[in-house]
Write a protein that binds this ligand. Structure first.
Ligand SMILES: Cc1cn([C@H]2C[C@H](O)[C@@H](COP(=O)(O)OP(=O)(O)OP(=O)(O)O)O2)c(=O)[nH]c1=O
Length: 211
């Protein structure tokens, strides 16, 4: 069984293009960056902690190692987690907590390029056989006026998105150039996910093409 450790509807939809059947279980972790933590280290830690938190929940559900049937189920359970952060001048931008926060973020991103870092973690239910990867995408924005920021905020789109924008939505009007992985910016890098799933014996083309 594959378990997506996420509350993100975007990740669920993206994973659905690669795999027919999977469970979804949001991970409840503290997403506060450590002091002076580098962006790359932060996104990696987030994906790892999300995967481990959900692995722990599934360990509790499936019981002790000693039962042979349960051991079989545990071995078949793969957890997948991801984290997306927008990084500008080494500052990690998470989801905006208010209009002022979103305004600050969009002003920072206006008229220049930034990086979107998306980490991916797969592990088994024992939290072992951990596979981690990071995908960095460069995104360039045109200049954005304060009036546009206010208009964009009122659409409700920036609220639950890292960096206060959604490339898959109206936020696309700000994006003049992208170099890297579009799906990683939306929340789940599909190429890298399919590569890691294959290491666990889950082959997307087989999965989706079979009845
Ligand atoms: C930059 C950008 C981010 N996002 C989203 C992807 C992620 O859902 C979110 C970043 O927050 P995350 O903390 O990575 O994810 P999440 O809290 O939504 O879900 P979970 O931790 O449960 O997996 O921002 C977009 O949808 N479009 C974009 O263009």
């Amino acid at each position: 069984m594959l378990v997506l450790a996420s509350a993100s509807p975007r990740r669920k939809e993206l994973l659905g293009t690669l795999v027919k059947e999977f469970a979804v279980c949001p991970a409840d972790i503290d997403e506060t960056p450590h002091e002076a933590e580098a962006a790359h280290d932060y996104v990696t830690r987030m994906a790892l902690e999300k995967a481990q938190a959900v692995a722990e929940q599934y360990r509790q559900k499936t019981g002790a190692h000693s039962d042979q049937n349960l051991t079989f189920k545990r071995e078949r359970c793969v957890i997948l987690a991801s984290d997306t952060s927008v990084v500008v001048d080494e500052e990690v931008l998470g989801k905006p907590v208010s209009f002022d926060d979103a305004k600050r973020m969009l002003r920072l991103l206006s008229g220049r390029s930034h990086q979107v870092m998306t980490s991916l973690c797969l592990c088994d239910v024992d939290g072992e056989h951990v596979q981690l990867t990071n995908v960095v995408t460069d995104v360039s924005f045109r200049s954005i006026s304060d009036v546009e920021i206010a208009q964009y905020w009122r659409t409700g789109e920036p609220q639950d998105k890292a960096g206060a924008y959604a490339i898959q939505g109206l936020g696309a009007v700000f994006v003049s150039h992208l170099s890297g992985s579009y799906s990683a910016v939306v929340g789940l890098p599909l190429y890298e996910t399919s590569q890691l799933l294959a290491l666990y014996g889950i082959h997307s083309l087989e999965e989706i093409s079979h009845e």
